[in-house]
Design a protein around this ligand. Sequence first.
Ligand code: ATP
Length: 368
Amino acid sequence: MTAYRIALLPGDGIGPECMRATRTVLDQLVAGLPGLELSFTSHQAGAELYRQTGETIPADVLRDCLDADAVLLSAIGLPDVRQPDGTEVQPMMMVGLRRALGVHSAVRPVKLYPGAPCALRDAGPGIDFVVVRENLEGLFASFGGGSRVGEEVATDTMVITRQGTSRVTDFAFRLARRRNGRPLDGQRRVTCVDKANVFRSLAFFRQVFFDVAGQYPDVPSDAVYVDAMSLYMVQRPWDFDVLVMENQFGDILSDLGAGLVGGLGLGPSAEIGDEHALFQPSHGTAPQIAGKNLANPLATILSASMMLDWLGDKHRDAVCLEAAMIIENAVAQVIRQGDCLTPDLGGKAGTSDVAQAVADQLKLASAT
Ligand code: ATP
């Protein structure tokens, strides 16, 4: 049996309560699933720590994140905690952490669970696609750089490399092989989302995409401009399976995707590198509801499920893969039943009630 050590970063705002809820679920899972062993080290990091000490992630915490088998983060940042130049501390910490961990591909599933509020009048054959976002370069490569000339001109630079684009494209095709294809007809498909008609950098992104696609003859591929994709995601999202794109496009389209299938409270994410991986909900710290037991913990709980899936895949550990599925099924069941949901999903339940409801589903699963 492999024991996995997880570094936990509960963070700020609603982060700590979503993390507590996720621990309730993970502790129940470990208690009921023989062969699964998880240990946790929890660290303070983020805006509140910056307010107290002037740093967001101390060196020993970063070291522990690098040493752990995986990192589970809840949410970082507070609008009133700013650096001397007026910017929030969250981007500085997150871009730094991503670079340190080398997590090059961010995965955001856009999946409509039965019972979740869908933004579309008619969800057709269902919504189940994945946004794969290049996570280290693109427009974010200039983070911390860029230039400003007086009061008139400012620039940031888009960086696209063959290595970075091949890496994320390769990741997208391998992910497509593990999935069941698009809801429309079960066909696997990887779609490059770009603006190749306008920018040289993104024409290059598309060129490298198709170079890599040639190595996966079993998975059909195509390319769509990002503006058209924003339309198709709303008009016929069931046509898509895996979408791969530049960093900034992924940042935007994954929030659009979350909006289609119930909002940020249901949006998990995984950021994957060759050695390390970081898991966190797509939402921020929602300070106006923090500490009130109102936050939806399901995005963090689903991120923990993605973490177990990644660990299981990496270590060829069937128990861990099963654990991931058990959590996702329990979450799906709680959403389907609909009587224990937080206000963002139209319910009246508290964060801790939802955690307990998911944990109770796990108990039922191990009893049957
Ligand atoms: P960031 O820039 O850090 O991503 P943001 O300003 O985009 O943060 P979020 O904190 O993600 O904003 O949240 C936007 C709004 O969505 C919140 O104000 C809150 O109303 C709602 N929200 C986000 N996450 C949750 C959640 N887990 N449960 C309930 N509501 C949420």
